[in-house]
Write a protein that binds this ligand. Structure first.
Ligand SMILES: NC(=O)c1ccc[n+]([C@@H]2O[C@H](COP(=O)([O-])OP(=O)(O)OC[C@H]3O[C@@H](n4cnc5c(N)ncnc54)[C@H](OP(=O)(O)O)[C@@H]3O)[C@@H](O)[C@H]2O)c1
Length: 287
């Protein structure tokens, strides 16, 4: 999802970009498994990049909970492999992390100065990736995203799941009101990141759209943008979806971009505005 926004954004800025993925789905990608240290090293040594952006991850939270070894092999050791090579070659590195590193108990938005204390395997493994990045790469940007919105045809997260239900003709959609987060539009993220990496301000950043909401709020906005007043949105709590999504989610994944704001680099829009643009661009004509 994020790669499909970063690739065109950096190309447009005139950079030569080499994009890799575990299962390449487009002509502009080649295959690379970040769990394979030798392959990661070969790829980086051959391309000689000025900057490495490491987005690869196991993002299925429920699978991470069921298969912690797989989660750590990909999210922790995969990141260590990339970081070791970046450290050795004295390269700058971007690592994309997540709001899932927090325990979710805070009632105001998490800043970069709050302690990360994950309560799920996905968050644990992504935090381990942050630690490896810090340990091996002096010139790093660790950038935490929130609920990702983007990807168009490749979208496999919340917006796509709601759109799927609309396409299937559902007249009632159930959404939880007890989980809070900050949507993060991949296009805004790519633009903001492209500016950040041109600065010498290495370190940890939150990069989410402005504002916050529940899953219910996001679904309500989707229906509103698509003009689907015929669909009823039913408010439920997380127990309703427990069988399908068994991993516990932190109550709050709301973050604010304190570091970007203080550096004058916050270009993230309010999430409702960004979501409306995304829906217009990819889904409005077909629903
Ligand atoms: N999605 C979110 O809501 C969210 C929120 C916060 C942060 N993030 C972070 O943002 C980054 C980008 O995620 P995304 O949202 O763009 O999700 P995504 O579409 O699931 O992208 C992750 C990509 O990593 C690939 N991958 C998995 N294992 C790999 C391996 N061993 N080697 C190489 N590639 C591998 C996946 O390939 P397959 O599809 O073939 O498995 C997938 O293409 C990740 O670091 C994620 O942790 C995501």
């Amino acid at each position: 999802m994020l790669g499909s926004a970063l690739y065109p954004c950096f190309k447009k800025l005139g950079h030569a970009v080499r994009a890799t993925d575990l299962t390449p789905r487009d002509k502009w990608q080649t295959m690379l498994d970040v769990r394979d240290y030798a392959a990661v090293r070969r790829e980086i040594v051959k391309f000689k990049p000025h900057l490495v952006m490491h987005l690869a991850a196991e993002t299925d939270v429920d699978r991470c909970e069921r298969e912690p070894d797989h989660a750590f092999a990909t999210n922790a050791l995969g990141t260590q492999n990339v970081a070791l090579v970046c450290g050795e070659r004295e390269l700058r590195m971007v690592y994309i992390s997540t709001a899932g590193v927090f325990d979710g108990k805070k009632t105001s938005p998490y800043t970069e100065f709050d302690e990360a204390r994950p309560v799920i395997v996905y968050g644990d493994s992504k935090l381990a990736g942050e630690l490896f990045t810090r340990q091996h790469v002096p010139r790093h940007f660790i950038v935490r995203a929130g609920w990702m919105i983007g990807g168009g045809q490749k979208d496999h997260k919340f917006v796509a799941k709601i759109v799927e239900q609309i396409r299937a003709g559902k007249k009632r959609i159930h959404c939880v009101t007890d989980k809070f987060g900050t949507p993060t539009y991949t296009e805004d993220f790519a633009r903001t990141l492209s500016e950040l990496v041109e600065t010498p301000f290495y370190g940890l950043y939150h990069m989410v759209c402005e504002g916050a909401g529940t899953r219910y709020d996001v679904a309500a906005e989707i229906l509103k943008c698509l003009g689907r007043t015929d669909i009823e949105l039913v408010a439920v709590n997380s127990d309703f979806w427990k069988a399908k999504y068994p991993a516990p989610r932190p109550r709050s994944e709301v973050m604010e971009n304190m570091m970007l704001r203080l550096r004058g680099l916050n270009r993230m829009r309010p999430w409702r505005e960004a979501l409306a643009e995304y829906l217009r661009r990819f889904f409005a004509s077909e629903i």
